[in-house]
Ligand binder design. Structure first.
Ligand code: ADP
Ligand code: MG
Length: 184
């Protein structure tokens, strides 16, 4: 297996000079390493630690990217090739039962592996070529406690798809829907 940063404790921008930056978030920059690996280079070590802890636990589920290497300020992980749920909704304009089932599967997997935040943002749910969702950006997995996907539903609302999604949930998982409905 490739070892990109030779088990360094910390990397700097010199270590990244041969790689292409593909995104910048609030907590760090993402660089592509190969066609299926990327590195998240964090601005703060405490954020890196939080995200690493979550990703480590997340290795028990296929809905979270694989992790390959890490240090105090970086994590090498699977590069998810796909479009965000936000992008997907914008393009398609509807949410069907199949997509709802996939979203509920993700939320259930977050619960199963032990996350406290059973929620994500529509820009952090990436749909790969195989049609599976993978969730990225997990720094809040334990610090935010929520059993209702408030942020996710807020995102659906932005595209006018909240009611469509919730009516599928109501039919597919009535008990779950009942748990959510008073908190939405
Ligand atoms: N594993 C990944 N695979 C593909 N794209 C990713 C991956 N991780 C991050 N990205 C891209 O980088 C952006 C920022 O990453 P994110 O983890 O959300 O950073 P931040 O914590 O700063 O918000 C994401 O919106 C996504 O476009
Ligand atoms: Mg983010």
């Amino acid at each position: 297996m490739d070892n990109f940063f030779k088990a360094k404790k910390k990397i700097s921008h010199f270590d990244l000079k041969n790689y292409k930056q593909i995104a910048q978030g609030k907590d760090g920059r993402i660089y592509s390493l190969t066609s299926d690996k990327c590195v998240k280079f964090f601005f703060r070590e405490d954020t890196c630690k939080k995200e690493y802890e979550a990703l480590k636990l997340g290795q028990k589920t296929e809905v979270i990217p694989r992790v390959y290497e890490s240090g105090d300020n970086y994590i090498v992980m699977e590069f998810v090739k796909g479009v965000s749920l936000a992008h997907h909704m914008k393009k398609n304009g509807y949410i069907d039962k199949e997509l709802t089932r996939k979203i509920l599967f993700v939320l259930n997997e977050l619960k199963r592996v032990g996350f406290k935040r059973l929620d994500t943002e529509i820009r952090h749910l990436l749909l790969n070529k195989q049609g599976q969702f993978k969730v990225i950006d997990h720094k809040r997995a334990f610090s935010t406690k929520t059993s209702v996907p408030i942020k996710l539903i807020k995102g659906l609302k932005k595209y006018g798809l909240e009611d469509q999604f919730l009516s599928h949930v109501q039919r597919m998982q009535p008990l779950l829907y009942n748990n959510w409905k008073d908190k939405l």
